[in-house]
Design a protein around this ligand. Structure first.
Ligand code: ZN
Length: 427
């Protein structure tokens, strides 16, 4: 122990102060860093509700009322709880007859209303979905119901963490939603085989879109940037959509992360990850022992083509059981064995694209428990794909390099910042 961690953290916090729109939590899988947590809670929460409408009635006072919708609640019931008088309830119900969302209120959401001291309803707002606002306004003696699409406020969120037992354990600890964790694994699927390469002490950082309405998270959006330090090697992924709408992940210097070959035929998500917090090695046997890679996974887990190609074998073959063999660009082919069943459309000669499901994990043939036996072949001979120099990716279209660099720089800065918070804690 020395004073260095403290000094490092101070610098990090100063840097964070220059990024006021980023809610930052650095999660370390051990204990939250309270200093950083306080940064998060002090982030300004803006309301996206439209500007207030001035009350026009003659009531002496009017109030904001907000009621949370419980299961079985009806609009008249809610209005009664908000002290709206019977005439107005009737009027609102008449106007709301054409609006189906007001007829079936979603429990868990809230209804916000402006009600006078005399029980007159001035307006009512209800978020029927994440991007739909229904408003009821007083118009003369009656009410007008309007439905409008609204744009919830987007705030990029930054999180980081350290792998203790599993990727999803670490992302849980960092409060990162599953779909963002999966998107990260997907972005790095040409670089890292998360089933085999993950190690305790690996670190990740993510920047992703989060949408807020009224200060509440309503959904997450795209993964904007990610960094994964795997066995000491740093990988980065920066999201970029070019002006023609093509999107993808790139390294900071503009190399596409899309590879001709995926590192693993097994998608990496919570279900298929094969990890519990204690068990850390899902691989049953090493490549050397039997010229293939085994992935333990529950029966029925989808298996995907690692590259574009054509089916050259589909059927049963001795100890392999149900087997699919794909031919890719010469001289490469891949084989997938012990499948419980084949993917739809997988027949001899069929074209497959990278990531397409070619079958499902099983235990057919010579097999002691459900797993995928995967072979990477060069000129028909099994080779260890980890030892291969495989075709690499294309760089970004030259026309968009400047635009990419402009957008990537702030992301790279944020990733560096997150790495800094992690290191401060790890010291
Ligand atoms: Zn095997």
């Amino acid at each position: 122990m020395n004073n260095r961690p403290h000094a490092v953290r101070k610098r990090v916090i100063l840097a964070l102060a220059t990024l006021p729109f980023f809610g930052v939590v650095a999660a370390f899988g051990i204990a939250p860093d309270t200093t950083i947590e306080q940064m998060e809670s002090s982030t300004v929460v803006e309301t996206v509700m439209p500007p207030e409408i001035q009350a026009t009635d003659s009531g002496v006072f009017d109030f904001w009322r907000e009621e949370r919708i419980s299961r079985g609640d009806t609009l008249p019931g809610l209005l009664t709880r908000m002290d709206v008088d019977a005439d107005d309830i009737q009027g609102v119900m008449a106007a709301a007859r054409q609006n189906s969302a007001l007829g079936r209120l979603a429990s868990g959401r809230t209804v916000l209303a402006r009600v006078t001291s005399g029980g007159s309803l001035m307006l009512l707002r209800y978020m029927a979905s994440d991007d739909t606002l229904i408003s009821v306004e007083r118009v003369g003696d009656g009410f007008r119901v309007a439905e409008q699409a609204i744009q919830p406020e987007m705030r990029p969120i930054m999180r980081s963490g350290t792998i203790q037992g599993s990727l999803f354990g670490a992302t849980d600890a960092a409060d990162v939603p599953d779909r963002i964790a999966s998107a990260m694994a997907e972005a790095f699927s040409g670089e890292i085989d998360f089933h085999r390469d993950l190690r305790r002490g690996d670190q990740f950082s993510v920047v992703y879109e989060a949408f807020y309405v009224d200060g509440r998270l309503v959904r997450t959006g795209r993964l904007l940037a990610a960094e994964f330090i795997n066995q000491g090697k740093t990988h980065q992924a920066i999201y970029f959509q070019d002006p023609q709408g093509r999107e993808g992940y790139y390294t900071a210097d503009g190399q596409s992360l899309k590879r001709a070959f995926l590192k693993s035929p097994m998608p990496f998500d919570r279900v298929s990850s094969g990890f519990t917090t204690r068990r850390f090695h899902p691989v049953l046997q090493t490549w050397r022992s039997h010229k293939g890679i085994d992935y333990a996974a529950p029966t029925g887990t989808p298996v995907r083509a690692v590259a574009d190609g054509a089916v050259t074998f589909v059927g049963t073959q001795g100890g392999y059981g149900n087997l699919v063999v794909l031919n890719h660009q010469r001289p490469y082919s891949t084989a997938y064995a012990h499948l419980s069943r084949f993917g739809s459309g997988i027949r001899n000669g069929a074209r497959v694209s990278q990531g397409q499901i070619i079958g499902y994990v099983g235990c057919t043939g010579l097999c002691t428990g459900p797993h995928l036996h995967y072979e990477f072949r060069v000129n028909g001979e099994q080779r260890d794909p980890l030892a291969m120099k495989l075709p690499t990716s294309l760089p970004l279209d030259a026309r968009y390099r400047a635009l990419f660099a402009e957008q990537a720089q702030p992301m790279v800065t944020r990733l560096e910042l997150l790495r800094g918070t992690n290191l401060a804690r790890m010291d």
